[in-house]
Design a protein. Sequence first.
Length: 103
Amino acid sequence: MEQLTKVQDFKDAIVEAANDRYQYSFEGSQIELLLSTAPDILSKKSIIQLKRNNNTSNNWRTILISIIDSINQFDIVLNWVANVRDELLRSRSFRLVPDCRNN
């Protein structure tokens, strides 16, 4: 397999692999919010969200892509991943809370 060196290369490879089985998205307000949580030093980054075509729920999988210039940036990427996970859990738990105002 050839070495992937650009964010777009990774996105293209994921789209090719997911082609017939998944819906995918590279943009939207949630993706923009998640991208904004990344430190500026992570300039080469992207997010893809995938959902199986036969999935009747609204469950999307989130893939983070970041190309780092040195191993010293690895901890920065891990912190970004943790922040995205926390944000996704927070937004999911918010949607799961039932509306009890009429009870």
